[in-house]
Design a protein around this ligand. Structure first.
Ligand code: NAP
Length: 323
């Protein structure tokens, strides 16, 4: 039997049943939601593009209780090891649409022919990387332009790199890059950082890191790979690579298509119980308008969303499904 047929049979099986909870996103929030959901004995499936979400791009995590220091990808592995104790299905696909049927169930559609019927949905899709939007950025992406210091810093051993941004990702990124590169320019558009003070202190004390403040990158250049970057002041810096670590934004178009109510920045507006404007759809993690974007928050909101999904399903049972 071919691999494709096996996959098709699995998809058909998944399509035929009515799930209690479809969790979109397999990062910290999605995994926590799945563990709680499984413990409520709900029929649960995670649809995700990656096993770990932004954890896979996170550097050293030092503020998640029980783990004094752990790399993001390692923590993701630990989360999945824990998840495997439960009867939760995980399918690798990208969800493209969620719609509500007349009887109150949701249809979740995605790539690879995915179609699922479910009583509730938990949206835990996280965020996508923000771009600078300057000439050369797109053309040289993967040829010296990177959005993930954790993934690509080792490539620049013995080289000169720039890191752009003033938040935790940029400062942690600069610190990590300095372990490989001979020199790191940390370019930030203001003179003060929004990163945690502990990272600011470490960056300032690091002899390999040069702060370039009140500056922005206006162009990235090079023949086949990054060779230089141009700053707003007109100054040219010779670099072999540039890490753009200027934050994340929610996948607004996808969220709007579902009909979710968003705040002015495009994050899903959630109530205290993680419910959204659409009854039966809950949200968790970085994609919500909860300000503290941390693993600990993702885990809490995931657990809360699963609890709310359980309560929603329990109430619906008394009134008859979809009544
Ligand atoms: P962030 O906190 O949103 O910071 C983005 C940085 O990029 C800001 O300094 C911002 O400048 C700058 N920026 C934004 N757009 C820019 C542009 N177009 N050009 C130049 N600079 C631009 O993003 P983040 O650092 O990725 O962190 C995201 C969230 O994850 C935060 O809540 C953070 O605390 C969390 N996080 C935590 C850890 C940790 O705890 N170890 C690690 C990584 C991330 P301004 O400051 O001027 O706005």
């Amino acid at each position: 039997m071919s691999k494709f047929r096996l996959r098709q049979e699995k998809l058909d099986k998944y399509k035929a049943k009515t799930w209690d909870v479809v969790i979109i996103g397999g990062g910290a929030a999605g995994i926590a939601a799945a563990i709680y959901s499984a413990r409520y004995m709900l029929d649960t499936i995670i649809v995700t593009e990656t096993e770990g979400g932004t954890l896979l791009e996170a550097a050293e995590i030092e503020n998640y209780p029980g783990f004094p220091s752990i790399m993001g990808p390692k923590l993701a592995t630990r989360f999945y090891e824990h998840l495997r104790k439960y009867n939760v299905s995980v399918i690798r696909a990208r969800v493209t649409d969620v719609s509500k049927t007349n009887n109150g169930l949701f249809i979740v559609k995605g790539t690879r022919g995915l179609e699922l019927k479910t009583k509730t949905v938990i949206v835990a899709v996280g965020t996508v990387r923000r771009k600078l939007g300057v000439p050369g950025e797109e053309e040289l992406h993967g040829r010296g332009v990177s959005y993930c210091t954790v993934c690509d810093a080792p490539i620049f051993k013995g080289k000169i790199v720039a890191v752009v941004g003033g938040g935790d990702s940029a400062l942690q990124g600069a610190l990590l890059a300095s372990k490989y590169a001979v020199k790191v320019y940390l370019i930030h558009r203001r003179s003060t950082f929004r990163a945690q003070p502990i990272y600011v202190k470490q960056v300032k004390e690091n002899p390999k890191i040069e702060l370039v403040l009140n500056e922005t990158v206006v162009e990235i250049g090079g023949k086949d790979k990054v060779e230089w970057i141009k700053l707003k002041s007109g100054k040219i810096l010779r670099v072999d690579g540039i890490f753009i670590e200027i934050g994340e934004e929610p996948p607004k178009e996808f969220l709007k298509r579902i009909g979710l109510e968003l705040d002015e920045k495009g994050f899903i507006k959630v109530r205290e119980d993680m419910s959204t404007n659409i009854p039966g759809i809950f949200a968790a993690g970085d994609v919500t308008n909860i300000p503290l974007k941390q693993v600990v928050t993702a885990v809490y909101t995931g657990a809360r969303a699963a609890t709310s999904a359980y309560e929603y399903i329990s109430k619906a049972k008394y009134s008859g499904w979809g009544a």
